[in-house]
Design a binder for this molecule. Sequence first.
Ligand code: 5GP
Length: 201
Amino acid sequence: MSCSEACTSGGFRGKLIVISGPSGAGKTSICNALLEQLPDTVWSVSVTTRLRRVGEDGGRSYTFVSREEFEQRERAGEFLESAEYVGQRYGTPQRPVVEALSRGQNVVMEVDVQGGAQVARTMPDSVRIFVLPPDSAVLRARLEGRKTEDAEQLARRLTIAEREVAEAKAGGCYRYFVVNDSLDEAIAQVKAIVQKESGAA
Ligand code: 5GP
């Protein structure tokens, strides 16, 4: 989809912070910390067709919609990027992102590697960070521990995780890779990257 001139030229005062990484790598905890600890930083609420998990409120985590509604919004050109992940659709509404960046706010978004590649093209000035688990055993333990997926979904997410890491490393869309071994250290590293990219450090 087309993006305004400001998107491609990076003519915004705010920074778009793109966080990717395999399911269970700890992206959400890192994003939450960024939102709490960085001034003037807002969350990009994605739209998804997947089922809501226990504890997820509509509005903050995602806007949950039917596939029909998703596709209709996609056809209308509403998304900055969109992807299919484990059989479900995910997309980022463009307007709130552009509006916040224009106001000078930073925007944090969490997307898979397909989304990261699209944002790298349309918003080259974005700060794209890939969060890695220390190893695959830790990833499996984290995913099993959160008990949000059934066995089949879990197996699919683990397979995709390996592919995503390989794609992210080979693809060149991510300038930064952060290993989330200790959450506090990972948060500190991501914050330092954002501050450096914003010219604040
Ligand atoms: P989950 O179902 O675990 O919330 O998310 C599954 C995957 O979709 C994660 O890798 C997450 O980062 C990604 N995701 C969440 N929102 C979006 C989005 O708006 N666009 C894209 N491309 N991926 C998303």
